[in-house]
Design a protein around this ligand. Structure first.
Ligand SMILES: [Zn+2]
Length: 118
């Protein structure tokens, strides 16, 4: 269980999925429309590069551990994460958040809201 599924959210709310390598704390940069596609390509490390130059700011999240999130960049046309691959980057960028974000598509919808602390 050293890998975990993750997601990125574009500023317009579009969500794409990726595979997170929790052993090396690195994002595998290929993006998919569905979680099923991530699982079908699990540990295959397919090439992903943005050749169009239209990458956008995104919020990246991982479900690894208790979940965490940080800022990065990704291209929805090329299905590639283009910046923010590591937790080190997240720390340095100052955008690291040590919890699963509200927009996480992996949160059970039936979860009672007991989070009173910010
Ligand atoms: Zn691109």
């Amino acid at each position: 269980m050293s890998h975990a599924i993750g997601a990125v959210r574009f500023e317009d709310g579009k969500i794409l999925y990726y595979e997170y390598n929790g052993t090396t704390d690195v994002v595998i940069d290929k993006l998919y429309e569905t979680q099923d596609e991530v699982l079908e390509n699990w540990r295959k490390y397919p090439d992903a590069n943005c050749g169009c130059g239209n990458d956008e700011p995104v919020r990246i999240m991982s479900t690894y551990g208790d979940g965490f999130a940080w800022d990065g960049r990704a291209c929805r046309n090329c299905y590639a994460i283009t910046d923010g691959f590591t937790v080190d980057f997240a720390w340095e960028s100052g955008t690291y958040e040590d919890k699963e974000p509200e927009w996480s598509p992996f949160k059970p919808s039936s979860e009672p809201d007991s989070s009173s602390e910010s």
